[in-house]
Ligand binder design. Structure first.
Ligand SMILES: [Zn+2]
Length: 123
């Protein structure tokens, strides 16, 4: 079995749930048509919408970003003791083998994430 990205998988399952009310709504509006034609039109509308949603789900590099969160860390930037965040892995960024992982408080983590974005890393 291939390794599954849980964020992508969860989004994909949510997307399937969203398609149900949209298609049901279209079928309700087209209820005066014959069922086959109404279903073809409903699926066409669903395809027009969910093609773009699926492209995002399956190609977004932001969904590849792997975070680690720990309680009661000392922020490497400001020294505050709080819940700590760090990016372990992203496209062109790999801190998975760091011996001393660096955690940051939420505010410093947001700042660090912006710095990484400015360096061209998709986070
Ligand atoms: Zn901090």
């Amino acid at each position: 079995m291939p390794k599954v990205n849980l964020k992508r998988y969860t989004l994909y399952l949510v997307r399937w749930q969203l398609s149900t009310p949209i298609l049901a709504g279209v079928l309700f509006v087209l209820s005066s048509m014959d069922k086959i034609t109404a279903t073809v039109i409903a699926n066409l509308i669903g395809g027009l919408i969910f093609f773009w949603v699926d492209i995002f789900i399956f190609t977004s590099k932001k969904l590849d970003v792997e975070w680690e969160i720990q309680e009661d860390i000392i922020c490497v930037d400001c020294g505050k003791i709080s819940r700590g965040y760090r990016i372990v892995k992203a496209d062109n960024y790999d801190k998975s083998s760091d011996i001393k992982p660096q955690f940051r408080c939420e505010a410093c983590s947001i700042r660090k994430t912006e710095q990484l974005r400015k360096r061209g890393i998709s986070v």
